[in-house]
Design a protein around this ligand. Sequence first.
Ligand code: PMP
Length: 452
Amino acid sequence: MDQAELQRSGTLTELPSMDQLWMPFTANRQFKASPRLLVSASGMYYRSHDGRQILDGTAGLWCVNAGHGRQEISAAIAYQAQEMDYAPPFQMGHPIQFEAANLLADIAPADLKKVFFTNSGSESVDSALKIALAYHRARGDGTRTLFIGRERGYHGVGFGGISVGGMVANRKVFRGSLLPNVDHLPHTYSAEHQAFSRGIPEWGAHLADDLERIVALHDASNIAAVIVEPVAGSTGVLVPPKGYLERLRAICDKHGILLIFDEVITGYGRLGTPFAAQYFKVTPDIITTAKAVNNAAVPMGAVFVRNGIFDTVVNGSPEGAVELFHGYTYSGHPLAMAAAVAAQKIYKRENLLTRVHDEGISHYWQEALHALSDVRHVKDLRNLGLIGAIELESRPGAVGKRAYEAFVASYARGLLVRYTGDTIALSPPLIIERGQIDQIMSTLRDVLRTLD
Ligand code: PMP
């Protein structure tokens, strides 16, 4: 067998040299001392380089919503690669990008029916911020340039994203070079009032009122947009308090400020609705997405924009002129579009955008997760849709160490989880069966029992 065949069969006899690759968001030296390599994937499972089956508790990175190895998607990509590998996206089109945009617009909330393609969540965030600025300028409101993000927000790693984001570690080194015109709302988590809430916490809607303070400080005439994740994921799964997003919407409306939902993880069925906007019944002006837009088979992002915003930007320019000086070489890449069309058809046919709700999966998930409340080290449990978090008590002087050990021990027992700080984050593919939910929770129960 050659190396490729070995990889497919899931046993890698010889590890590659690891001297050259600089791995992202990874402790490189630690990883290379005891590497974890994934070599193949199918359905709910990965296979590790040492031939073990690994249950995917994270849908890759919140992105493989229809499960791994979907033939329909890989066939569509292969066909498209043969038919036309690449086409320039500026002043040129190709049919499948319009088909993808139409399918996506079908599931978008309200009048967010204009779709702008990118290659990642970070690019979607940058694009959304720039569209917000372009909109205000086209309306003659060019002083509106300030963005309001949120503490503990994650909006990717571009300079725009880390500036509006509130992850201290991601900002620290770059602090002198962030966007200058940004303020932040407080985050919405309170251990005192919300610990062990099932689903949406009752306490905390008033935290949205801080937006009024920020508006008063900077004056509404200078503020372009507020950007929040409806459910913050990467900073430990923070579910918004009941009524909180409605209040943000109302305050933005009152002051002519755009509201951007970053749905890079909540988009495409994770909460049992196509988007979190539909789950919370709050309509933002712009939605950023990526990841599951095409089941993560090819890098891709998509930004949804209200018709009126598009019209304003487009009509604000003379006929024949380029209206938005923004776009990527790979916007609407044919292979990404082929994957998106195939993935969206699967989501529709298998009801994956609503399954988590319709088939009672989110309820089962919630009960299974909260059954861990008596387990050693568990400080809090949080959940919504098919997202879960287990916050552990930090070991004194070693924040993150215990969750890292849980991650390593889970992997050794055939389960992939994520950790951020001392929180274990869970977000399995939406095709998960009840037995696999049980397997995730019982593995974690065993793992936590073994930790110091
Ligand atoms: N926004 C949110 C809410 C995310 O969770 C992420 C990635 N986890 C991003 C943006 C950035 O996406 P990407 O890594 O594709 O740039």
